[in-house]
Design a protein around this ligand. Structure first.
Ligand SMILES: [Zn+2]
Length: 1033
């Protein structure tokens, strides 16, 4: 994978994990053990250099270094069972051949101890890992994994160490992962030679995203002196210049322990990790000087400008407003942690939320659709930078935008920031330190990666409370502290880049032409002998890819290592305001209350339905009661950790033709702020504002822009939603809310000259949704907070309106679904139950539909969906294992390795839809025949018991993934799936056998057996164009 690892960039996204006891964090055994290390102590070739407790994050950091090689090591001890390992190398390419990215892929293709092909992907099926991946950033490459199982940790560590330090780097791996010349049909030397390779296609796909093109140029041009001037992921036109020799050379220098940083996190003992890392890798090396440091950027004496071209946005109705422009400023060295902390906060004050000066000045100027990409603080490079601008503007407005930016900076220097906004931001940090996620280890490793990469001190970075108090102190001593920073880094800073980007109708055509020229160059120099070799190599690669694999060298967990039963979450049910069900779940939430509610859409008139996602998007942002939208945003930032609304379509667990439709309200706040947050919800329900037309327009444009920018990343999801549209009654609603239909509707609204008719629909939707007619609530909080919480929820529910006369559901068939009775011996306290009203369509007939969404991308996203059975049906468990088995043993090889797509596979969704998909795929029609072959393969039963066990492990890794305290009980509240049902599902999974799988393949996947839908997002396609059974959109 390539790209900036988003979490790494934002201090404010730091979120925490798992369960701990706040009072006795030191007494926890992991912290206690860590605090006992002595400076200078020698452990398995490592020396302890520093031991630091960070109480606000409930962790202890141990810093070490390896004596013989100089490898750096950071261990973070914390009472968290989701342990993480990562190794990070500083990788500083000086060209755009994508060498670090191709290397990242290739080292995972086999190593000395594990010489089988692709041990990384094989381990996905032999482990209960909660995360496994690899990332190539601009200046480092990171290999992280996490798991809750100690045996699994050792297994994965062994595979990761061997991959990174002793990879085979075979030439055939380089061809498969990087690039190669091969006949279009490798078996037929008469077909033309073309470029193939996974990274080659991945990068072609990545640069269909105009935001990525812009971000890439921004970094290249603002930091032009060294490694940041090139594309670490690879420019598709430069990738074919990379040789296998260069790849091996790059590995020898960069993947050396002397250039490595190891990180471990969690409650497993440190000694064991050190011993294994020393013995399996580090003691085979001696120290080298890798010379990978990145020099400081030479500062400019005057600002620069640059212009680039991109593909045109195929959804934009207004072709004249597709230009993007931003102004970017080089900031401080990121190893200066406090300065970076300050500049990060300052950047948030400048651009985040409707009260920020740039939101007011730029977004509300009605010039563009949204901020430019990478707006705000960027801390991934040695020197951080700040960027601000607009996208979706007319080319002639570039100068206007620049002037506004300059003027806004002057105003900020003059007026400064309101104290309340600074408080709101510090409050946000407090919440984010307390909110627990299940991937804290991963968040930490990416949070410290960039700073540590440049010899900064990661421990300083973790002392967030110190940074906050120092910040408060500076501000107290000097009230114009922030204004002075704005003057220094913005006003008086000549190292400033204006970057603009505009579309070129023939952009993709020109790119294709350049690629064709490159291809010609490469082919023309081949002798006849070399051409013959190329053909033979293609056959050799196919043969190798098709050969059955002996993976017995790899370590593996067994199905017997999976916990046979799960522990059940205690839930308490009660009725509030007479008859509204409320679910209470007491959890160690660390001082935060989570409140959610679901309201039904059953009475909403059909013609208003397409506007529900838009309603959800704006309802907490338009103002309420006495608060205008700015004051409301301020209150939400000061008193809550966020309040949001989203559409909610939930399939029934036992009938494919029934579903629940509603909207979900979600929010969180510190315990002390619950009354304020519930008051805000009351005002939103009772007195929402719908008057601010201009503000509404800003929100609509931003939403539309985000949706169309998201297509290159989520194309396979759009294809799947479309392909399942006609298979179940809920399918149409899914497409309406989450599919391409919604994207197109939003784009259309964003282009309307008169937006009032749409705005007027919102109060009508409000009447049906924001009342207590069909609502249910849930609270997750600490046990001692529950009585206050139930009072607040009661007050809220009493205060919102109930319709005077009962409204009839719009669809005639509604069934009331009660949860199953509790088994004997297990009772819910105050046992009242949530009854859900489901829509059903007894006469629904699924039908086949094929859709091609024509997009000007050079790659395809393919989806094929098959209607199967609901969650509680016995076949569901077998189909779930089958999907995993087909992905691991057939589709991955055929679609990714042979076909050159970035990804592909099969999944079974909770709505009973079995989906085949591919992602960034150079093929489309032939991918459908691969799906067909996969079904035949499954019916033939050509898989072993070991293969089935591996598929089970992979499925259980997902089923048993850790759940954060904020999300406990949500499966029941949202989906109606109790722990008992989940346990029954687990037992069905354990019981799946080879015969079941073959039966499933015959029953559901064989041609002609089930109704299926197909969809492709991608370029013009002659086969599809000729076929009248396809709908072209
Ligand atoms: Zn990649």
């Amino acid at each position: 994978m390539w790209g900036r690892y988003r979490a790494a960039r934002r201090l404010l996204l730091l979120s925490l994990s798992r369960t701990w006891n706040q009072k006795s964090w030191r007494s926890g055994s992991a912290n206690e053990r860590a605090l006992q290390y002595k400076i200078g102590e020698q452990i398995h070739g490592f020396t302890v250099n520093q031991v630091t407790a960070v109480p606000e994050l409930f962790l202890t950091v141990v810093k070490l270094s390896h004596e013989n090689t100089g490898a750096k090591y950071l261990h973070v001890a914390r009472e968290d069972s989701n342990n993480l390992f990562s190794v990070q190398f500083r990788t500083t390419p000086m060209d755009s051949t994508g060498v670090p990215h191709i290397l990242e892929h290739t080292v995972l293709c086999g190593s000395q101890k594990y010489p089988c092909r692709d041990p990384f992907f094989k381990m996905l099926n032999r482990s209960l890992s909660t995360f496994m991946n690899a990332f190539t950033a601009s200046d480092y490459t990171l290999y992280p994994f996490s798991t809750q199982n100690p045996k699994d940790f050792q297994n994965l560590l062994s595979v990761y160490l061997d991959a990174a330090f002793f990879p085979c780097l075979r030439q055939l791996d380089f061809w498969q992962e990087g690039w190669r010349l091969e006949h279009e049909n490798p078996a037929d030397p008469q077909t033309p030679l073309v470029f193939k390779g996974i990274v080659f296609n991945e990068m072609k796909g990545a640069f269909t995203d105009n935001e990525k093109i812009f971000s890439q140029h921004l970094q290249n041009k603002l930091l032009p002196d060294h490694t940041y001037a090139v594309i670490s992921g690879g420019d598709p036109l430069s990738i074919p210049d990379l040789t296998w020799e260069q790849l091996k050379q790059f590995h020898a220098i960069h993947y050396h322990p002397s250039n490595a940083r190891f990180f471990t996190y969690g409650n497993f003992p440190l000694e064991q990790h050190l011993k294994q890392i020393h013995e399996e890798a580090l003691n085979k090396f001696h120290r080298i000087e890798p010379y990978t440091a990145i020099p400081k950027q030479q500062l400019w004496d005057k600002p620069r400008e640059h212009h680039v071209k991109c593909g045109s946005d195929s959804f934009a109705a207004d072709r004249t407003k597709q230009t993007t422009v931003s102004v970017s400023f080089l900031l401080a060295d990121i190893t200066d942690t406090f300065e970076t902390f300050t500049l990060n906060l300052l950047s948030s004050l400048l651009v985040v939320g409707p009260n920020s000066p740039f939101y007011k000045a730029l977004l509300e100027a009605n010039l563009g659709t949204d901020f430019s990409p990478d707006v705000g603080f960027n801390g991934c490079t040695r020197e951080a930078y700040f960027s601000v601008g607009l996208q979706g503007i007319a080319e002639r407005d570039i100068e206007t935008v620049k002037q506004i930016i300059g003027r806004t900076i002057d105003e900020v220097i003059e007026k400064g920031f309101e104290e309340e906004r600074i408080e709101a931001l510090l409050h946000k940090i407090e919440i984010q330190m307390k909110h627990q996620s299940t991937s804290f280890g991963l968040a930490l490793t990416s949070y410290i990666a960039s700073c540590w990469n440049h010899e900064g001190d990661p421990v300083e970075l973790l002392k967030i409370a110190d940074n906050v108090s120092q910040f408060r102190q500076y501000l107290k001593e000097n009230p114009t502290f922030l204004q002075e920073k704005v003057k220094q880094y913005f006003k008086d800073n000549p190292h400033r880049l204006t970057l603009s980007m505009s579309p070129d109708e023939s952009y993709y055509e020109k790119q294709a032409k350049l690629e064709a020229e490159k291809l010609k160059q490469k082919v023309n120099v081949l002798s006849e002998e070399e051409k013959k070799q190329t053909y033979e190599k293609g056959l050799e690669l196919i043969a190798l890819q098709s050969k059955p694999q002996d993976t017995s060298c790899l370590p593996a967990l067994k199905v017997s290592d999976i916990e046979p039963t799960i522990s059940f979450t205690e839930l308490e049910m009660a009725f509030a305001a007479d008859e509204i069900p409320v679910q209470y779940c007491a959890q160690p939430t660390n001082g935060i209350v989570y409140f959610r509610a679901v309201s039904s859409l059953n009475t909403l008139p059909e013609e208003l339905k397409p506007y529900v996602p838009l309603f959800c998007n704006v309802i907490t942002k338009m103002g309420c009661g006495a608060l205008g939208y700015r004051e409301q945003a301020q209150q939400m930032e000061l008193k809550t950790g966020g309040m949001s609304v989203s559409p909610h379509i939930i399939p029934d667990d036992s009938h494919l033709d029934a579903y629940e439709q509603g909207v979900l309200f979600s929010s969180l706040c510190l315990d002390r702020n619950l009354p304020d947050m519930m008051h805000l919800w009351s005002e939103i329900f009772n007195n929402p504002h719908f008057e601010e037309e201009e503000h509404f327009r800003v929100l609509v444009k931003m939403t539309a822009q985000e949706l169309s920018n998201g297509i290159p990343d989520s194309g396979h999801l759009y294809a799947s939603v479309r392909a399942s549209k006609t298979l179940t009654p809920a399918g149409e609603l899914q497409e309406m809310f989450n599919g391409m239909d919604q994207v197109k509707l939003m784009k259309r609204i964003a282009e309307m000259s008169d937006i009032k008719p749409v705005l007027r629909k919102l109060p009508r939707i409000k009447k049906y949704l924001l009342n207590s007619d069909n609502v249910r609530c849930s609270v997750n909080a600490a046990p001692q907070q529950m009585s206050q919480a139930s009072r607040e929820v009661e007050n809220f529910l009493k205060g919102i309106t109930r319709s005077k006369k009962e409204r009839k559901p719009v669809r005639p068939h509604v069934i009331e679904k009660s949860p199953e009775p509790m088994p004997v011996g297990r009772e819910r306290v105050n046992c009242s139950q949530i009854t859900r009203k489901l829509i059903t369509e007894p006469t629904f007939k699924p039908c086949q539909m094929k859709t091609h969404f024509l997009l000007p991308f050079p790659v395809n996203y393919v989806g094929e969906c098959i209607r199967t059975v609901p969650y509680t049906a016995p076949d569901y468990a077998s189909l779930r294992i089958l999907a995993r088995l087909m992905t691991a043993k057939f589709l991955h090889r055929e679609i990714r390795e042979k076909g050159g797509a970035y990804g592909g596979g099969a999944t079974l969704s909770s709505n009973g839809i079995f989906t085949f998909y591919s992602y960034r795929d150079p093929n489309s029609v032939s991918t459908f025949s691969t799906f067909e072959k996969a079904a035949e393969w499954a019916q033939s039963g050509e898989f072993a018991k070991q293969d089935i066990d591996e598929a089970k492990l992979a499925v259980f890794a997902a089923v048993d993934a850790p759940i954060a305290p904020s999300d406990k009980g949500m499966n029941y509240f949202l989906h109606g799936i109790s722990d008992e049902m989940k346990q029954r599902h687990r037992e069905q999974l354990f019981a799946v056998s080879s015969d079941h799988l073959i039966d499933m393949a015959k029953k559901y996947l064989a041609g002609g057996k089930s109704t299926r839908g197909l969809a492709v997002l991608g370029p013009e396609n002659p086969h599809i164009a000729k076929d009248p059974s396809w709908v072209k959109r």
